[in-house]
Design a protein around this ligand. Structure first.
Ligand code: SAM
Length: 562
């Protein structure tokens, strides 16, 4: 197995070292949707080459794209007419992030985070009339495919191929998705899109009521019900189950952890009082740790695809929140040789698909190396996204620096959040710590973390650490440590006298001192983990979001009863 962590620093160099070399776009970005001023004037309609253009209509262009017209603008001096509106592409041209379905299209929008205007307002693009082909009928909806799609009967030709061509050229199009790329500002936007150098985050979301054609919007609660049946508002699918590790009374959200390792993410879930129902991991040492720390939950010690294969009526994996940490070795940008476990790693990535189908979570979180965003892995990454979108999940993803959430470690990861049909996406939380912003807390130092470890803590054998000696030099503990990897990382204890104890590594990964590690390969268990602090911050934001949604739904139901 390629140990991804060995390549962490090379990732940094490859991804961030090229940041300054990001190219300007071949086509500069036109200033977006600026006010219309003389000599420009807005027209209600316009005829060009026999095509009657009107606000609200959708036009097709020779290059295969479409534009939903918001404004028709004429320059009174030059007589030139341009269109402003929203760009659409066929889902089959979205490089695999959406299922390929005939006549299904997707809004493709780009926005700047420092522009306060709503997304749809600032994302309008301006195009000329060259290459305009014809008007197309477009339905905007949040109904799942194939509802409201083109008619499947009464098509004019005898063969499927001919009818498909006909549908493609003349039948109605349906938009159910918007794909939004976020840049920090216009300067970043003007560069060629490249993760993570200038793209801040991306989102694939369903349409809101305002964005749907009148009569084509389905109530979100109904949409969710179609996907997962009854949802207990306020949380908890299995109210009869004991409230594991959760001191609070009343309903709570349930949680499942696929690829749970030694429990970094599970620990974060417990910290925000999620009811942990199950964990899955094939690794036996990590399993010993997980079971000891979360004794009331079910642990499946097996390959993901074996769990999927053995699922039957008795294995209820249903949860409100599902976390996935599929193995990421194959996504190292420097992983050029075929490894003996590559196929299994790919399989486990796609076992995620079956897990989503069985767990039917309201919200999914996924943590991965950001190497998966390397252009070399575009197809695999886009297929991962399609696992979610094929079930109608909205998805957002961004690379985050964990140090800016208060971890004493410079560790960057990709976070993906997905929300089931009818559910809205929670925001990935804003940073809380910074080197230079006075509005945020200062960064956490290694020293402050190490100083808090009690002398009698488990997994903290200082004498053994001295006995093993070290060749690693002393270093300044007032700063953060680079990523802690499965072998403990490149640094020894900052005093230069010894290696870290397991507890010190765990504390730097933000494990609470009472999280005890069992079995062997403990450094690997620790290095593999998602820092519990990060999981806690993410799950806290998700719980807050779900509570707000549920409160709104409860109020709506109460109004109906009144
Ligand atoms: C990045 S670690 C997960 C860390 C965990 N979420 C945490 O926070 O501690 C990935 C885990 O996936 C497990 N794993 C890898 N391939 C697997 C598979 N096909 N089926 C089940 N578990 C697998 C590994 O044993 C490892 O513990």
């Amino acid at each position: 197995i390629i140990n991804l962590d060995d390549f962490e620093e090379r990732f940094e160099v490859e991804f961030y070292g090229t940041a300054s070399q990001t190219q300007a776009r071949a086509q500069p970005i036109a200033a977006r949707n600026l006010p219309i001023r003389f000599p420009q004037e807005e027209l209600d309609s316009f005829n060009v080459r026999g095509v009657h253009l009107k606000k609200g209509k959708t036009v097709e262009f020779l290059n295969g794209t479409f534009l939903k017209i918001a404004k028709i603008i004429k320059n009174a001096d030059t007589e030139e007419v341009v269109l402003r509106g929203w760009l659409l592409r066929r889902c089959s041209h979205m490089k695999g992030i959406l299922p390929k379905k005939l006549n299904e299209v997707c809004f493709v929008l780009e926005v700047e985070l420092d522009d306060p205007r709503p997304v749809m307002e600032q994302a309008m693009v301006q195009v000329g009339l060259e290459g305009l082909v014809k008007i197309r009928h477009l339905v905007s909806t949040n109904y799942p495919h194939p509802h409201l799609g083109f008619p499947r009967v009464g098509l004019p030709y005898d063969t499927k191929e001919d009818n498909m061509e006909y549908v493609k050229d003349y039948e109605r199009l349906v938009v159910r998705w918007k794909f939004i790329t976020y840049y920090d500002n216009a300067a970043e936007h003007s560069k060629s899109p490249c993760y993570p150098t200038n793209i801040r985050k991306r989102m694939l979301a369903g349409l809101t009521e305002d964005e749907c054609t009148p009569g084509c919007f389905l109530d979100p609660a109904t949409l969710r019900h179609k996907w997962r049946g009854d949802t207990i508002i306020g949380g908890s699918e299995r109210i009869e189950a004991p409230a594991i590790d959760s001191p609070q009374n009343g309903s709570i959200y349930t949680y499942g952890d696929a690829f749970c390792g030694a429990g970094g993410t599970t620990r974060g879930a417990v910290a925000v009082a999620l009811q942990v129902l199950w964990g899955l991991d094939l690794e036996k040492n990590a399993g010993k740790t997980w079971r000891a720390n979360f004794p009331n939950a079910t642990h499946y010690e097996m390959w993901a695809h074996d769990l999927v294969a053995m699922i039957n009526a008795n294995t209820n994996l249903r949860v409100d929140i599902l976390h996935l940490s599929p193995p990421c070795q194959v996504f190292s940008p420097v992983h050029t040789r075929v490894g003996k476990n590559d196929q299994q790693n790919f399989d486990s990535l796609f076992a995620c698909c079956a897990l989503v189908h069985k767990a039917r979570p309201r919200i999914i979180t996924l943590e991965q190396t950001f190497g998966i965003l390397h252009p070399k892995f575009e197809a695999a990454f886009n297929s991962l996204i399609q696992i979610f979108t094929s079930y109608g999940y909205s998805v957002s993803y961004q690379i985050v620096q964990f140090q800016n959430y208060g971890l004493a470690q410079t560790r960057r990861r990709l976070i993906i959040v997905a929300a089931c049909p009818g559910e809205t996406l929670p925001e990935i939380p804003e940073y809380t710590h910074s080197k230079d912003s006075s509005n945020l807390k200062p960064l956490t130092s290694v020293r402050s973390v190490l100083n808090k470890i009690p002398a009698n803590c488990p997994n903290h054998d200082i004498e053994a650490a001295f006995a093993r000696g070290t060749t690693k030099p002393a270093w300044d503990a007032s700063r953060a440590i680079p990523t802690i990897t499965c072998d403990g990382g490149a640094h020894g204890h900052p005093d230069g006298q010894r290696r870290f104890t397991e507890r010190e590594l765990a504390a730097l990964q933000s494990f609470p001192h009472h999280h005890v590690f069992h079995g062997s390969a403990i450094k690997k268990q620790i290095g593999n983990a998602v820092p519990p602090l990060i999981a806690e911050i993410l799950f806290k934001a998700i719980v807050k979001h779900l509570r707000k949604v549920d409160k709104g739904e409860q109020e709506k139901r109460a109004q109906v009863i009144d």
